[in-house]
Ligand binder design. Structure first.
Ligand code: ZN
Length: 277
């Protein structure tokens, strides 16, 4: 925690990432806040006090929250004093597939971010992604690609998709429809350099060798690069082919857990939902 506990009470906008029941009446809630990054707070009597905590404090909802640092025991948790619901994103919560995607994004944020370190650009990214899903103009699969690649860039781990990591040839100049994306390096490699690497003789199938990397077509790489840098206001122009969506999902949903170094429960749920569509 990098909080200065002398800074007094505070209020900020916050996205509800996670809530856990504590005893019969209380909740421990993890928020991503605009001003103070990820915080974990105690909501006393949350299950009874409708007046102090408007709305049902649902997952993914955006609230304006008021908090107080503990006065006596300085190691105790921050107290949540009051919340005012700003956006409940009902189109997400009443749709099981949208819920699966939003759960995956919030798990990434919960696992990756350090507590108490303000990252307003990540707050804005998650807020915008949830808003886009709630609006329903862009396919949630595409919003998920946009969220993941931009999250990695803001975290300083942007995947390298523009040139071969070994020979530095730009992907436009590489005479092959597909390139290898290495999960560990987070970079693409052209087929020739890939063939020259020791011990890397995976078949050049479309999704071969998923454990260490995957083959991705150039068109998908170009589209992923584009959504990484395009202004969010222009995101409604994004057009992804079904193949590009599939390849983008395999690349990012493998790269991120590989990079963060853990398994995501929310991804199993997402895979299950996809298989039932
Ligand atoms: Zn190369």
């Amino acid at each position: 925690m990098v909080f200065d506990k002398n800074m007094g009470d505070f209020s900020t906008d916050a996205i509800l990432l996670r809530k856990v029941e504590y005893g019969d009446h209380d909740l421990i809630i993890t928020f991503l806040t605009r001003d103070k990054g990820k915080i974990c707070v105690m909501a006393k009597n949350a299950k009874k006090s409708v007046r102090r905590f408007s709305g049902a404090m649902d997952l993914f909802s955006v609230n304006h929250i008021q908090c107080a640092f503990p006065k006596k025991n300085r190691d105790a948790m921050i107290n949540l004093c009051q919340t005012v619901l700003e956006n409940g994103f009902s189109h997400i919560r009443y749709d099981v597939v949208n819920t699966a995607y939003a759960s995956y994004w919030t798990e990434i944020v919960t696992q990756w971010l350090e507590e108490g370190k303000a990252q307003p650009d990540i707050f804005e990214l998650l807020y915008t992604a949830l808003e886009m899903v709630d609006d329903g103009f862009i396919r949630t699969e595409v919003i998920s690609l946009l969220f993941q690649i931009r999250f990695m860039r803001l975290s300083g781990f942007s995947p390298g998709l523009d040139q071969c990591d070994a020979c530095c040839t730009g992907i436009e100049a590489i005479d092959s429809a597909r390139l290898w994306f290495d999960f560990k390096a987070g970079r693409v490699v052209c087929p020739q350099c890939k063939g020259n690497m020791p011990g890397s003789q995976e078949p050049a199938g479309p999704f071969g060798g998923r454990a260490q990397g995957c083959w991705v077509s150039k068109g998908t790489l170009k589209q992923l690069s584009w959504i990484n840098t395009v202004e969010m206001a222009r995101a409604d122009r994004i057009k992804f082919s079904p193949i590009a969506i599939k390849e983008g999902e395999i690349l990012l949903e493998s790269f991120i857990p590989f990079h963060i170094g853990r398994h995501f429960n929310s991804l199993n749920f997402l895979y299950k939902m996809r298989s039932e569509i």
